[in-house]
Design a protein around this ligand. Sequence first.
Ligand code: GDP
Length: 313
Amino acid sequence: MNPNAAIFVAGHRGMVGSAIVRLLKKEGFHNILTAKRSECDLTRQQQVEAWFNHHGVDYVILAAARVGGIHANNTRGAEFVYQNLAIQTNVIHSAYQNGVKGLMFLGSSCIYPRDCPQPIKEEYLLTGPLEATNESYAIAKIAGLKMVEAYNKQYGTGYLTLMPTNLYGPNDNFDPDSSHVLAALIRKLSDARDSSEKVVKVWGTGMPRREFLLSDDLAEACLFCMRRNIGYSMVNVGSGEEVTIRELAELVAQTVGFRGQIEFDSRMPDGTPRKLLDSSRINAAGWQARTPLREGLRRLYEWYLDRNGGKAA
Ligand code: GDP
């Protein structure tokens, strides 16, 4: 890819988009296009069309999405399905109309059936019912990846969908109600340490297993795939490192220096029991995640402290 290429990173302020922008800058790309919501609301078709018409875009990385943890997904399904369908439909179609050279759409491992064999291969898509807590989000993402496939088939575009596993990283949402588990635990357990609480309650049974990938590693996977023809329209991206929520909570407790007790609140939902991705497509092409969970967690905690003017444990 030419370092002068105009690359539109949609969602540049989010956890994934900001990691992609950091990496593109580091790699010498200097024509990175971003749009603030006040300049272009991606849910509004006319605004997206006008934005593309006024900017010469060569490549699009579609990292803009309405995202949230299990509770937000479970209680705000209407917002998740509407906003994601609107954003991806507008951006993918405008990119096509403007003849971009490449487009990358980002999905999520929750698109796969709840009870599918593990590790999950790309071909397990649509072979069984979805997990109920994130069905609206998953349906929107499935529509997006099918849109990418349909455009590739009908129009001969070489667009690609990356399907990342559970992500964490700088600029994640740390709101206790709407965040994903890793950010939620950093906040909960460091607050508990500061206020010398003896017991912290963590949602669910602690038994579900999750695979975690640092957003900076995902950004490397994106660039890796943009630079070559991977030969598929959909590729899983995981780290291969899987832990139970109990193990994760213990690791976060060690990282932030919380020495009290962790209890589980089984009135809150567990979600999918397990969703470990089979990443052999991208691994065979030569990409591997580089950051172990313990190290990524430490880095994210430092970022969190920096942000909040807190002090290390
Ligand atoms: P999921 O992979 O879509 O289920 O995304 P989450 O990151 O929201 O949740 C992962 C797992 O962590 C689920 O089993 C949750 O019940 C569990 N969990 C434990 N504590 C929390 C918390 O404070 N916030 C969130 N979001 N999940 C939690």
